[in-house]
Ligand binder design. Structure first.
Ligand SMILES: NC(=O)C1=CN([C@@H]2O[C@H](COP(=O)(O)OP(=O)(O)OC[C@H]3O[C@@H](n4cnc5c(N)ncnc54)[C@H](OP(=O)(O)O)[C@@H]3O)[C@@H](O)[C@H]2O)C=CC1
Ligand SMILES: CC(=O)N[C@@H](CCC(=O)OP(=O)(O)O)C(=O)O
Length: 342
C-alpha cells in the first residue's frame, strides 16, 4: 500500500505522516506540496523536527499520484480540496480529506458558514461523512473526515439524541480547544502572549462546525431544531474538552446504560464508570474519545464531558480509522498509541 499525503508541513499533516510511518499496511509514503511550486523540497528543510528523514516533498501531480499510489490524504487548508480534488473524484480514486470542504452536503449551507463557493454538487454527492463510529467508509472513495469539535460533540451527544433521552430543544455545548486546532499560521489570538494565562471565546454563534453537527444530529433525530455551541481557546497546545448540557427526564442509570451500550464495541470510545469525568491528559497523544456522564436530578440536566486529542481523534487518527475501514484493515491498525504522561 502506497499512500500520498498533501500538507505534511501543517499540524494535522505532520501527525498523519507519523501515523502512516508506523502503519503496518503502509509500505511507502509520498509527500506532495503546492501544485504551482515546481521545486522538490527535502522534508527536513520544511519541517526540521523530522531530523534524519530523507523524504522529499514533490509538486502535486494527480497523474503521478494515481499511477503510483493507492490513496491520497489531503491535510490542507480550507478551500484547497475544492480546487485540487476534482481529478481524483472523477476517477473514483480514494481520497481522505481532513478539511471541511466536502462535509456539508448542502452547498447553500456551506457558502453561508464558510463564506466561499461550495464544491460542485455532483462532487458533494460522492462524499461520505466519515464519523468513524457511526459510518463505515468501505465503498466510499471520497471520505470527508469530520471536524475536531464536531467529533467530540457528536460522540458526546449520539446516545442521548439517537435514543431520545433528552429534550431536543435544550442542547448546550461549551467546547474548548488548544491552539493547535487553529493550525500553524500565527494569528494575534493564538500568539503566545495572548493565549498564555488567558481564555478567549471566539466565533460565538458562527462557528463552522455548527452546521456540520446539525447535519448529523438531524439524521439521528429530526426534532433537534438547533444547538447552542460556544468555543473557547485554551492556553494549551493539544486537546478538546466539550462540556455538554441538556434537559432530561431519564435516570442516571438509564443515561449511563445508553452510553455503555452505544460504545460497547468501539475500540476508540471509552465510557467512564458512573461518577467519573474525563480529563484531557488521558487522551492527548491517543486516538481515544473519553466520555463521562453525570445527572443532576434537581435541575433535570444531564452533563456529558467529551475529551479528544484534536490532532488525532479530531483529525489524523480518525483519518486512519477511515483508511482502515475503506481498505478493510483492522480497526486499530496504526493507532495503538499511548497518552503522554505525566
Ligand atoms: N488542526 C486541527 O486540530 C484540525 C484541522 N482540521 C483541518 O485539517 C486541515 C489542515 O489543518 P491544519 O493542519 O491545522 O492546518 P495548517 O495550517 O497547520 O496546515 C495547512 C497545510 O496545508 C498546506 N496547503 C495550503 N494550501 C495548499 C495548496 N494550495 N496546495 C497544497 N498544500 C497546501 C500547507 O502547506 P504550506 O505550509 O506549504 O503552505 C500546510 O501544509 C484544515 O482544513 C483544517 O481545517 C481538521 C480537524 C482538526
Ligand atoms: C482552536 C481553533 O481555532 N480551532 C479551529 C478548528 C478547526 C477545525 O477543526 O477544522 P475545520 O475547519 O476543518 O473544521 C476552529 O475553531 O476553527
Amino acid at each position: 500500500m502506497n499512500a500520498a499525503l498533501v500538507g505534511v508541513t501543517g499540524y494535522s499533516g505532520m501527525v498523519l505522516y507519523q501515523l502512516l510511518q508506523q502503519h503496518p499496511e503502509v509500505a511507502a509514503i509520498r509527500l506532495f506540496g503546492h501544485p504551482d511550486n515546481s521545486q522538490v523540497q527535502p522534508l527536513v528543510e520544511a519541517v526540521p523536527n523530522f531530523i534524519g528523514d530523507q523524504t522529499l516533498i514533490e509538486p502535486l501531480d494527480p497523474a503521478v499520484i494515481m499511477a503510483e499510489c493507492d490513496v491520497i490524504f489531503f491535510a490542507t487548508s480550507a478551500g484547497v480540496t475544492t480546487e485540487l480534488a476534482t481529478p481524483f473524484i472523477a476517477a473514483n480514486f480514494p481520497v481522505i480529506d481532513l478539511s471541511g470542504d466536502y462535509r456539508l452536503l448542502d452547498p447553500t449551507t456551506f457558502t453561508k458558514w464558510y463564506h466561499k463557493p461550495a464544491p460542485a454538487v455532483s462532487a458533494l454527492q460522492q462524499s461520505h461523512y466519515g464519523l468513524a463510529e457511526f459510518a463505515n467508509a468501505a465503498g466510499h472513495s471520497y471520505i470527508a473526515n469530520p471536524g475536531c469539535y464536531a467529533t467530540a460533540t457528536l460522540l458526546g451527544l449520539a446516545p442521548l439524541v439517537q435514543q431520545h433521552l433528552i429534550d431536543p430543544t435544550s442542547i448546550i455545548v461549551d467546547a474548548k480547544s488548544g491552539t493547535s486546532g487553529a493550525g500553524k499560521k500565527l494569528a494575534t489570538s493564538t500568539h503566545f502572549s495572548q493565549t498564555d494565562e488567558n481564555l478567549q471565546l471566539y466565533k460565538v454563534n458562527r462557528h463552522q462546525h455548527i452546521p456540520e453537527i446539525m447535519q448529523q444530529l438531524k439524521i439521528w433525530d429530526d426534532n433537534v431544531p438547533a444547538i447552542q455551541f460556544t468555543t473557547t481557546l485554551l492556553p494549551i497546545v493539544r486537546g478538546i474538552m466539550d462540556t455538554i448540557y441538556a434537559k432530561s427526564e431519564a435516570t442516571a442509570e438509564q443515561l449511563q446504560a445508553a452510553f455503555t451500550a452505544t460504545y460497547a464495541d468501539q475500540p476508540f470510545v471509552r465510557v467512564l464508570p458512573a461518577g467519573q469525568l474525563p480529563t484531557l491528559k488521558e487522551v492527548v497523544g491517543t486516538n481515544f474519545c473519553d466520555l463521562g456522564i453525570s445527572y443532576n436530578p434537581v435541575t433535570h440536566t444531564v452533563l456529558v464531558v467529551s475529551v479528544i486529542d484534536n490532532l488525532l481523534k479530531g483529525a489524523a487518527g480518525q483519518a486512519i480509522q477511515n483508511f482502515n475501514q475503506y481498505f478493510g484493515f483492522a480497526a486499530t491498525a496504526g493507532l495503538q498509541l499511548a497518552a503522554l504522561m505525566p
